[in-house]
Design a protein around this ligand. Sequence first.
Ligand SMILES: NC(=O)C1=CN([C@@H]2O[C@H](COP(=O)(O)OP(=O)(O)OC[C@H]3O[C@@H](n4cnc5c(N)ncnc54)[C@H](O)[C@@H]3O)[C@@H](O)[C@H]2O)[C@@H](O)CC1
Ligand SMILES: Nc1ncnc2c1ncn2[C@@H]1O[C@H](COP(=O)(O)OP(=O)(O)O)[C@@H](O)[C@H]1O
Ligand SMILES: [Mg+2]
Length: 286
Amino acid sequence: MFLISSGNVINLCIMKIIDKALVQTIYKERNEISHKGSHGHSLIIAGSYNKMGASLISAKACLRSGTGLLTVLVPKSEKQTVNIYLPEAMLHFREDLIDFSTYNAIAIGPGLEQNEAAQKLVFSVFLIAKSLVIDADALNILAQNQDWFNDLPENSILTPHPKEFDRLFGEHNSEQERRLTAIKKAKEFNCVIVLKGHKTFITNGIDSFENTTGNSGLAKGGSGDALTGMITSFLAQKYTCLEASILGVYLHGLAADITLKTQSKESMLITDVIENIGLAFQKIQE
Ligand SMILES: NC(=O)C1=CN([C@@H]2O[C@H](COP(=O)(O)OP(=O)(O)OC[C@H]3O[C@@H](n4cnc5c(N)ncnc54)[C@H](O)[C@@H]3O)[C@@H](O)[C@H]2O)[C@@H](O)CC1
Ligand SMILES: Nc1ncnc2c1ncn2[C@@H]1O[C@H](COP(=O)(O)OP(=O)(O)O)[C@@H](O)[C@H]1O
Ligand SMILES: [Mg+2]
């Protein structure tokens, strides 16, 4: 329970815990009479010359989370990188003209860099996307262009870690203060904010949630990139922004907890975690 002196005290006090019981009220069993088109088409706009890993990590986590189709938008120079690592993913190149309207869910930001081309790309996606997960460098670009909040797509999910959060909304002295600001900003901009950390906090400005899964084995580069792919996958599968965030955060942490069976917290890689997403699904299907 939080003791806070603010108008948001009611919101934060009714914060719900994300546990297996809550997730089982959200998760929908996969329809046996389905085809790849039934499970959405995700687009992940991520990666740059020296940060292609972020794109591959997001993409594989997205596929492992059930999206029917996946396209990744990468620099043309990196074409082979994706094809060799992830043959299941289709490709678009940042140099091409893209019809963004064909995707149910788009993620933008991991490893994108923040140069002028990236800024133009982020703004063009804001204008067209219907459901958008905004992470990493796209959050940093948004922080530098605060008036773009007025153009935020109707179903937007922001997934900042504390430093990205402070770039967006100013310096904070504690997690508690950030949570209060997150509630206020989620309501103001009509979006979902996933404030990542040891106990990730999710709010849409009305309801707030705290995750119960995950461990410090995730305190390593790439963990957030994977979460972005997972949340995007659930958005593409027609979960709401809040449902997709709750499912993604819970299963991401649960897969990391399952990974402790074969790795230590020091040795765990996010690619190990991605390979355990299937076992995390099985846990909530029990
Ligand atoms: N393999 C890859 O290609 C990787 C690419 N990445 C990309 O690299 C870019 C930079 O992202 P980074 O997050 O690394 O860099 P940032 O500069 O945004 O954040 C790193 C800083 O934030 C602080 N920070 C992070 N989490 C915190 C927490 N929970 N509490 C307090 N401080 C915290 C750290 O101390 C560090 O100083 C992003 O586009 C990201 O997607 C990273 O995800 C790492 C892996
Ligand atoms: N000590 C921890 N306990 C639980 N989860 C953690 C811990 N440290 C980091 N995480 C999780 O790992 C992810 C880190 O995200 P982020 O910093 O964006 O990673 P990156 O950008 O390097 O991929 C978040 O989902 C966060 O909740
Ligand atoms: Mg990140």
